[in-house]
Design a protein around this ligand. Structure first.
Ligand code: AMP
Length: 302
């Protein structure tokens, strides 16, 4: 079992879905990632919050395998984001993004983090992702996330990140934009040529497509009630990376199981608002959802 270092947002989220609203709840990509990955291994968090982030709110991290030595607390307001979902959940509008303390954020890794073997660079400015990578000594496995904003706005820096990662975890729309290919198979191969040997393409309610050499695909769990998809991608990444980091070797079989681990956690997360379901989740419930994925995808060949 290896520890994972992650850098990304810790946020106050406001969310509006067809099922209701949540205002100023703790969220952020690195938060979802850390809580999810901590089901499998030790997580070292690098992020920043403002002085409005209370001890009560800090409790989302407590009692878990999450090291907060690298979580900076500075004067000012915590990063805030608001998203609103369409009736069918197929699209989401960002109402606002207030960077606040994130604007001046310079990630400084504590000495105790610098030889972490697994690294996940959540969706932040690629220059910050590079700054973090520069501070880690010879990591064994590095994965990154990104978004359209960086693909369009900072393509040069993003290319440098891609040249230094083993895996990229992005959604289908981003994969098409990054590669300029509308066919996902061609898009995947084109992105692999930019650096990451392992590519994980998240397809929302259609599941996940993964490739290193061969392709492996998993559907999303058919759920009767999706309450809030916020953070599903980061939760997936946390389960996926957490599982990989807890394995002895990263074989194709381990990658496939890691995809299921990520999918299981993401499918549980979307059943309630924000982090609510993840925070009360037991390892028994996670195990049951993992088994449900096996039943969902299993068939006997002739
Ligand atoms: P997802 O649903 O996977 O897109 O992730 C949503 C989470 O990402 C929310 O908790 C937000 O706080 C966070 N988030 C949204 N926009 C940004 C951004 N530009 N940079 C960093 N984190 C963000």
């Amino acid at each position: 079992m290896h520890p994972i270092l992650t850098v990304g947002s810790v946020a106050f989220d406001s969310i509006k879905t067809p099922f209701g609203e949540a205002s100023r709840v703790v969220g952020g990509a690195a938060t979802y990632f850390s809580v999810a990955a901590s089901f499998f291994t030790d997580v070292r968090l690098v992020a920043v919050v403002g002085d409005d982030f209370t001890a009560e709110q800090m409790r989302v991290f407590s009692g878990r395998r999450i090291d907060l030595t690298g979580l900076q607390r500075v004067p000012g307001e915590t990063f805030r984001w608001k998203g609103e979902y369409s009736v069918d959940f197929n699209s989401r509008e960002t109402i606002y993004t207030h960077l606040n303390v994130f604007d001046q954020f310079r990630p400084v890794l504590p000495e105790s983090y610098r030889s972490t073997p697994f690294v996940f660079l959540a969706n932040i400015h690629p220059a910050l992702q590079l700054e973090v990578l520069d501070q880690v000594h010879a990591p064994r496995f590095v994965a990154a996330d990104t978004m359209n904003y960086w693909i369009e706005g900072t393509p040069g820096e993003l290319r440098k990140v891609l040249g230094r990662v083993d895996a990229l975890v992005i959604n289908d729309e981003e994969a098409r934009e990054l590669s300029g290919e509308s066919n996902l198979v061609k898009a995947a191969r084109a992105i692999q040529r930019m650096g990451p040997a392992l590519l994980v393409i998240k397809r929302g309610e259609h599941g996940v497509l993964v490739t290193r050499d061969r392709f492996f695909a998993v559907p999303a769990m058919p759920l009767e009630e999706v309450v809030d998809p916020t953070g599903a991608g980061d939760t997936f990444a946390g389960g996926f990376m957490g599982f990989l980091a807890s394995a002895v070797e990263i074989t194709d079989t381990v990658v496939a199981r890691a995809v299921i681990a990520g999918s299981a956690l993401a499918s549980l997360s979307v059943e309630d608002f924000g982090l609510d379901q993840l925070l009360r989740l037991t390892s028994g419930e996670l195990h049951d959802r993992f088994a449900a994925f096996k039943r969902l995808t299993h068939f006997d060949a002739l």
